[in-house]
Write a protein that binds this ligand. Sequence first.
Ligand code: ADP
Length: 302
Amino acid sequence: MTSYVMGIDFGSTTAKVVILDEDGNTVAACVSQKGAVSDEGVKDALRGAFGQAGIDLSDVVRVVSTGYGRRMLDIADRTITEITCHARGAIALVPEARLVIDIGGQDSKVIALDRNGLVARFAMNDRCAAGTGKFLEVLARAVNVELEDMGAEALKATETVAITSMCATFAETEVISLLAEGRPKQVILAGVHQSIASRTVGLVGRVGKRDPIVMTGGVAQNIAAVHFLEKALETKLIIPPGAQIAGALGAALFALDDLRSASKVKRDDDDAVEGKLQQLLVDPKRCTPACGSKETPVTFKA
Ligand code: ADP
């Protein structure tokens, strides 16, 4: 009977589940969005993944969780930080990658990888919405454009306007003023994406730019975010199919390692590993005010 392993990325915005068989074949990859850090989102992603794989939980011998809500999952045998899992997933999807830019719902991170594909340095902004998917969500709402369409709309603009507010709350007010001045939505959206790109370039600068660069996280699906980031970095980004599930894939690969090394020990919390790495946090004081189910096409074999 085949054994399966599972990686769950319990993100701030979406829940992602990847299931691998014992040979490392991806048999399911599912993303669900049911509200912030939502238990229902995880259940939905699990249901979707089990449906795709045609198995149930009793067939899964090892579970690793990652992401914002990783500690909330009783079914996980082990939790591993997002940096470690995203790096592992990204390098599995794009083996030549040397820099990972991950922009999710609530944070953005830039991870430099060494020649062995291990995390060398990383910088993370998880203190404010600026430069994250949340920033895009708030501003899509402000201009009354669907999140899925905002990238295409922004790319229709022939000019951009500077969005000077870093804070999502102030940026929303700024965008509303620009709309009141009669600036076209497309031009404003181009400015919004340019703003997110320049925040990300700041994080890249802290870590040090190195090529090739892979982009992961939900924002990799936004064509304007990719376009403006490529322009700002003067580099083509690699967007692998399944970019949003990179963290869950990384978690599933760690679960596979455990299975292959026959490690049945219930280990918890690998945060200490990350603590030893050089973390370059964004200073929240510079942000004023302080801010307090679909299938994913991915084929991967370990
Ligand atoms: P997290 O892991 O933090 O929960 P994700 O990596 O899933 O977040 O990214 C969520 C973000 O991705 C959203 O805030 C949104 O900006 C963006 N996003 C998700 N789906 C799409 C889409 N279809 N088109 C454009 N952007 C998207």
